[in-house]
Each structure stands twice: as C-alpha cells, then as structure tokens.
Design a protein around this ligand. Structure first.
Ligand code: AGP
Length: 620
C-alpha cells in the first residue's frame, strides 16, 4: 500500500531513494515520484522533482538526464486509494509555493472537509488525492502558528488529521531537515553514520544499514545533521529501541531466479527448517516455544481460540483450526479480519485470539486484535516481520522466520504459517494433556520430514511446468479447486494463487459442497484441480473426481506418489510424496504455487506485481 523512502546524508539522495523504492515496489506500482532539496547556487534552495505514471522503470527513464541531485529527499511508489493513477496524483505532493513536499502512505479520512476548509482560504489543489491536503495544512501552520518551524508545522497539521499515515516531509527552506511521522501505517528509520533513512519497510534500507528504529504510532522523528529526535505528537520525548536486522541484502534480491515468487517458492525447504529449528524435542514429543512470551498457565486456561487473518493468512488459519481442534481439542473459529472488526464480536477473557500476518501490518488484522484486546482477550501473533505493528501489539508472538517475502503472491510465508500452526498445535495439545508423548513424538517426526518432502515436490517443477502448458488453453476462463478437510483450505489457496497472478477466474470449494451448486459449472472448459492425497477423505475425493468426469469435466489431480487409482480417473496427475494427512497442506502448497506460477508466466503476466494488488494492505 505505497512505499515511501527518505534520505538525509552525504550521498546523492536520488540514488539512495531510487534503490530503496525498487525494494518497495511490491507495495504499489501505479505511479512514482521523487523530490530533492537542490542547492540554489546563490539563489534560495529549491525542490526539484520528477514524477511518472506506471512502474518505477518509467521514473528511472525520466530521471535519466534530469540532473536531479541533493543530499536530502523523499520518494514514493503508489498504490492508488484516492484519485486514479496519474502523474498529477502521484507523490510527492507540494504546497502551492512548491517549497514543501510530502510523501504519504495511508488514508486521510477527513480529507474532504479539510480540503474544503483550505480551498476557502485560497489554497490551490492540483490533485484529487487526500495527501495533498497535508502539504497545504503544513504550509498553513508553517506561515502561521509554527512561524517557520517545519516540525511544529507538521505537528499542527497532523493534529487536524483523522486516519492512517506514514509521512516524509521536506522543505526547501531547511536543506538539513527531514521529518517523518506515523499513525497506523508502518515506517522505519534507518540509522547510518552521518546519514539517516526512512522507509515503509526494512528491505529498502538493507543496502545501507541494518540498524533501524520502528516508529511507533503517534510519533514524529526529526532528522537533522546532528542526529535524530523522537517525540510524540504532543511533544513528549520518546526513547526508541534500535534493532539490528539479521536479514542480509541478498535476501532482497532475486538471486538468479526470474521472479521473486519463484525464488521464494524454492526457498521453502530452508524456510521450513528455519521455522522448526530449535523448536522440536523429538525424544519427548514436545515442542519448545521459548520466544512465545505467553505463560503456559495462561494458555492452559484458554477455553476457545479465534483466528483472525486476511487472504492467504486466513487460509493458513483455516488449516490451523483443523489442526487445533483435532489434536489440541479446543474449539476454534476462524474469521476474516475485516468481518471480525465490524461485527461486534464477543471475545472473552479466556479467549485466545491468534492474528496471522506475514507483514504484521495488515490494517484489518491489526484493528481486529485491538478490538479483541479491549475485550480482555489474550492475543498471539503468527508473524513474519519482526518489529511490525502486530508483533508489537500482540501479547505473545510465534515468529514464522520466513525471511523477507517480496513477491506479492504469498508462498513461503504461507507454508511457514502452516508449520507454525503445526508447532503450536503440538505445544498446546501437550500442555492441555490431550496428546500423549508417543503421539507427540510421531507428530514431531512427521514435521521433521517436511523440508525434504517439499524439496521432492520442487524437484518436479519441470513436470508441473509441462502440465501447466497442457492446461494453458483450457484454464483460460475459469477453474475449480476442490479439497476436503485439511486440504479444503488448500483448495481455497490454490484458487487464490491462480486468480491473483494469472487473472483466471478460480473458485475453491469443499469438495462435498459440489453437489449443492458448483457442479453446475463443470464443463470441459472449466478444469477441476482436485486435491486427492491419501488419508481419511481420499475415497470421498475419488468419488468427487468421478462425478466431475461423468460430466465431461477435466481433472488435474494432486495425489500421493504411487497412487495408480487416481490416475485412472484424472486427465493429469501431479504427485506429491506420501505425507501425514494433517500436515499435507504444507506439501500440497508447492505444486499449487508452481502450477499457478507457470500458468501466469505462460500467459505473460507479471507475477511479482499483479495488477491492482499490493503486498502489504495497510489501509482497510
Ligand atoms: C496472497 O497471496 C496475498 N498476498 C494476500 O492475500 C495476503 O496473504 C493478505 O493480504 C494478508 O497479508 P498479511 O499476511 O501480510 O497480513
């Protein structure tokens, strides 16, 4: 949901900002822009800027020969919320004089009334965005109460604003001052020697520094040549913690793969090893969650669990429900965060709310946990990004250790979330004395085999690519994904992967629901991807496959290695290694991801930056 970068230091800000924006392009890519404070050479300093419609490559082209230079600047890559993607609506936005510039991620909810108030005072608007309001408000205070104090003018403007923001502000009158502030949308401050960076997310900074401060809600950071001050909007000094990021710069590069998505799919054996590392006790059948920070007694006292999440993370939560109810014997509900937050839910003090989020910044999930906390529930995050808002606002966090996920389509984050639920299930089941040591040992042993099983799936990438070519012509309009129990969420996830990156309409269904309506869709032009791995519901899936074939449907089955029966009833089969059924969604995820990837790339789609999407949904 928009990426912002800012810089004050000794290098050319243009290089730093463009490098950072490229790392944040996954957050939005419909237009982009940059502004730097340029030396006036005897005249007053001025703001030089370049904006462009489209992806960052377009801005790169425009910058070539534009001669933009300066040691202070801000930049932005946009995912439109207010106003269509256009050069006029792209950031930075300026006050009427063009001497104050603002980049913004978030939504100013009361912008319409603020705009009307400003227009009656003669401020001239050039765009349809909510952000431009901020630039004029800052000018209003700068010329008025703040009397030329930029930080004070920003504070004044932000006091009038309702909504979510992360902003960077520069002013041509102050060549050594960069202001950053945050409410709701994420912002990190990168700390270097004689230089400071701001960015929406850490990957933008890794090339320059790994020491960062996560700005808290309601904080403002004033960056000058003398250092940085952190304060609340009402002027209280804040003492921020500097965190050192472990990820190296290579983690934010494609490393030889054509797309981040393919790289991230192939990273999954290592990711699974990371998630499990140090958390399994094979001898006792236990799981050790040393970093969870939720007291075992508190967890034991919980009587029900509510899982809140969005998109792929919601699918991971559904698998979590099946695992927790079956093995930890605790009632679990799973809710889409955007529904939970608005339907006046009844969390109780003995409810454990689990928020699942790769980014840790998804606005609806963040708000859902705030509501749950107000009602006295304990909140546990299942989060990838350490230091993110959901990480900081949860009572305890199970980190998924997947490393930075750059591809907009979630892949390794999903399997790491599934593994985290498997770990938590064993942990809670043992705590509640509903899983014996022998059963625990067996489950732990199954978990330890997963990285190798994932690798075996990846070794078949060529076969899956071949298969996707067979399917290329028939999946052009619509596809069905079917599964049961643990692999019903796999069907939902398969359909989401296909539609979000290939733009083919796809629906995921619980296979048992087919006869209640969706079977009417079956034709030889609507292929059904049926997840029919060996397990309790295998025979039921075989019956569903036969029902589809009886109606001239085309079936691609995802089945267990060596299963000849399924091949008799299917047009194509992708095999996965034999697997403990409750953990099979982790293995099934690989062919599902690869299949969607190859279909999309065959169709010439941009899988890393699909249309209309952004990686981190920090607006509701
Ligand atoms: C899936 O491929 C998407 N990227 C999307 O559904 C994503 O899972 C969702 O927006 C939730 O994001 P989060 O995990 O960062 O909260």
């Amino acid at each position: 949901m928009c990426g912002i970068v800012g810089y004050l230091g000794t290098r050319n800000a243009v290089d730093v900002i463009m490098s950072g924006l490229h790392r944040l392009e996954y957050r939005g890519y419909d237009s982009a822009g940059i502004a730097v404070v340029a030396n006036g050479d005897g005249q007053p300093n001025r703001l030089d800027w370049v904006k462009s419609l489209g992806k960052l490559a377009e801005l790169d082209r425009k910058l070539d020969g534009a001669n933009l230079a300066g040691a202070l600047g801000i930049g932005h890559t946009r995912w439109a919320t207010h106003g269509t993607p256009s050069e006029a609506n792209s950031h930075p936005h300026f006050d009427t004089s063009g001497r104050i510039a603002v980049v913004h991620n978030g939504i100013i909810e009361n912008f319409q009334e603020l705009r009307e108030m400003l227009e009656t005072q003669g401020f001239l608007f050039r765009s349809q965005t909510d952000t431009e309001t901020l630039a004029h408000l800052i000018r209003m205070y700068y010329d008025g109460e703040a009397a030329g104090d930029l930080a004070e003018a920003v504070r004044g403007a932000l006091r009038l604003v309702q909504g979510a923001y992360a902003i960077g502000v520069v002013c041509a009158d102050h060549p050594d001052l960069l202001i950053a502030a945050r409410q709701g949308s994420p912002l990190v401050v990168g700390i270097g020697e004689d230089e400071t960076f701001i960015a929406s997310d850490v990957p933008a900074l890794l090339r320059f520094t790994r020491d960062v401060v996560y700005l808290e809600n309601g904080q403002i950071c004033c960056i000058s040549r003398d250092g940085r001050t952190f304060e609340t909007l009402d002027g209280q000094t804040a003492e921020p913690a500097v965190r050192h990021i472990d990820w190296d710069d290579a983690a934010a590069e494609k490393e030889g793969f054509p797309h981040f998505m393919l790289k991230e799919i192939h990273q999954q054996p290592d990711v699974l090893r990371n998630v499990l590392q140090g958390r399994l006790a094979p001898d006792t059948g236990d799981v050790v969650l040393a970093d969870l920070a939720l007291a075992p007694d508190q967890l034991k006292a919980c009587q029900n669990i509510v899982i809140v999440a969005c998109g792929t993370a919601w699918h991971a939560g559904l698998v979590g429900k099946y695992l927790l109810e079956r093995f930890a014997k605790i009632p679990v509900e799973v809710e889409v965060s955007s529904e939970y937050r608005y339907r006046e839910p009844l969390a109780r003090p003995n409810t454990l709310v689990i928020a699942v989020s790769q980014s840790g910044e998804t606005a609806d999930t963040l708000e859902a946990i705030r509501i749950a906390k107000q009602q006295g529930a304990q909140v546990m995050g299942v989060v990838n990004v350490v230091g993110s808002s959901i990480d900081r606002e949860s009572d305890g966090v199970l980190y998924t250790h997947a490393g930075p996920e750059i591809g907009v389509a979630s892949t390794k984050a999903y399997t790491s979330q599934l593994a985290a639920f498997a770990l938590f299930t064993i942990y809670l089941a043992r705590l509640r004395n509903v899983l014996s040591a022998d059963e625990g040992r067996e489950m732990v042993a199954h978990l330890r085999m997963l990285p190798d099983k994932i690798q075996q799936c990846l070794d078949q990438a060529g076969i899956i690519e071949q298969c996707s070519r067979n399917f290329k012509y028939i999946v052009a309009h619509s596809a069905l994904y079917l599964g049961r129990t643990f692999n019903y969420p796999s069907a939902l996830e398969g359909a989401l992967k296909l539609k979000e990156i290939s733009y083919i309409h796809a629906e995921g269904y619980a296979a048992g629901e087919m006869k209640h309506g969706p079977i009417a869709l079956v034709t030889d032009m609507v292929p059904a991807i049926c997840i029919a791995v060996k397990g309790d519901v295998y025979e039921k899936m075989i019956s569903n496959i036969q029902e589809i074939r009886a109606r001239q449907g085309v079936v691609l089955a995802i089945a267990t290695e060596g299963d000849i029966k399924v091949a008799q009833y299917s047009d194509h089969v992708i095999y996965v290694p034999e697997c403990f059924e409750p953990f099979s969604p982790i293995v099934v995820a690989i062919p599902i991801q690869l299949f969607a990837y190859y279909i999309a790339t065959n169709r010439g789609c941009d899988v890393d930056q699909p249309r209309n999407l952004a990686k981190s949904v920090t607006v509701e």
